[in-house]
Design a protein around this ligand. Structure first.
Ligand SMILES: NC(=O)C1=CN([C@@H]2O[C@H](COP(=O)(O)OP(=O)(O)OC[C@H]3O[C@@H](n4cnc5c(N)ncnc54)[C@H](OP(=O)(O)O)[C@@H]3O)[C@@H](O)[C@H]2O)C=CC1
Ligand SMILES: O=C(O)C1=N[C@H](C(=O)O)C[C@H](O)C1
Length: 234
């Protein structure tokens, strides 16, 4: 398969290595300042860029009938617009805040736990995410997904906030520490005990492999998908 990499930073370069090992060709790599490019030579595009350009990258692919897989976080105010465009143009598009198999299993565990804790008023939920110091957005996209999933399953919470707690608010703490690929912890705390679930990424390989698998899966399809469609879990 011919793959375009929109964003050739830490993730773009890790994806390149895995895609080549799986027999694909990288036909285009786009970075800051590369504005005039022909996306149509790619069978599929993988966008791991920056929040301010992700929507433009995605719409360019959809407008040119190139299936697009996006892992960029921090641009979700325009997600509904991307979905509408994809439906209108009969394109193909997957976004997820985290492509790793481990985190997608963790997402399911988090929803199950939230449902179990829903009526237990003695426990308060909180979340922590830790990432490397170059990260542009906070909280992480994964933390936002986890918080939204708790809100959808737990009767006691209806919003999340960074560094703020409240009666029905899930507080999220975002820490930035050199070289950390991504750690997410969900805590339920009562006066007598604590229940934690945690996912620790040791490298970026898991995210990158998931993105390449998603790209292989979406080629030739039409529609808006999630990682649950790709992995068949949940
Ligand atoms: N969904 C998931 O599983 C994961 C998501 N992510 C997300 O992916 C994104 C990228 O992460 P990461 O690779 O670590 O970040 P990097 O900063 O290492 O890479 C981002 C790249 O995008 C480039 N860029 C800037 N402008 C444009 C543009 N107009 N078009 C295309 N590329 C551009 C940057 O170039 P320059 O440096 O020159 O500005 C940089 O090379 C982040 O939003 C991160 O949160 C990360 C890991 C997993
Ligand atoms: O920026 C990163 O590095 C990561 N970003 C994603 C996020 O915001 O959740 C996924 C992963 O945690 C790494």
């Amino acid at each position: 398969m011919n793959i375009a990499l929109l964003g050739y930073g830490k993730m773009g370069k890790t994806i390149e290595q895995i895609a080549i090992k799986r027999g694909h060709n990288i036909v285009l790599t786009i970075d800051k300042g590369d504005n005039d490019y022909d996306i149509t030579k790619a069978d599929v595009a993988i966008d791991f860029s920056i929040p301010t350009v992700a929507f433009n990258n995605i719409s360019n692919c959809i407008n040119n009938q190139v299936p697009v897989v996006s892992g960029t976080t921090g641009w979700l105010d325009k997600y509904d617009e991307a979905v509408a465009l994809c439906k209108d143009k009969k394109g193909a598009f997957i976004y997820t805040s985290n492509f790793s198999l481990g985190v997608n299993i963790f997402f399911e565990l988090n929803k199950t736990l939230a449902k179990m804790m829903s009526t237990l008023k003695q426990y308060n939920v909180s979340m922590e995410e830790i990432h490397h110091t170059q990260k542009l957005d906070a909280p992480s996209g994964t933390a936002i997904s986890l918080a939204n999933d708790i809100i959808s399953k737990h009767a006691g919470y209806d919003n999340w906030k960074l560094d703020e707690s409240g009666e029905t608010t899930i507080p999220i703490v975002a820490k930035r520490i050199e070289d950390v690929p991504g750690t997410h912890t969900v805590n339920y705390e009562s006066e007598v005990d604590t229940i934690n679930i945690e996912h620790i990424a040791h490298t970026r390989q898991g995210f990158a492999l998931g993105a390449v698998i998603a790209a292989e899966w979406i080629a030739g399809k039409t529609g808006v998908f999630t990682m649950n469609d790709v992995l068949n879990i949940g």
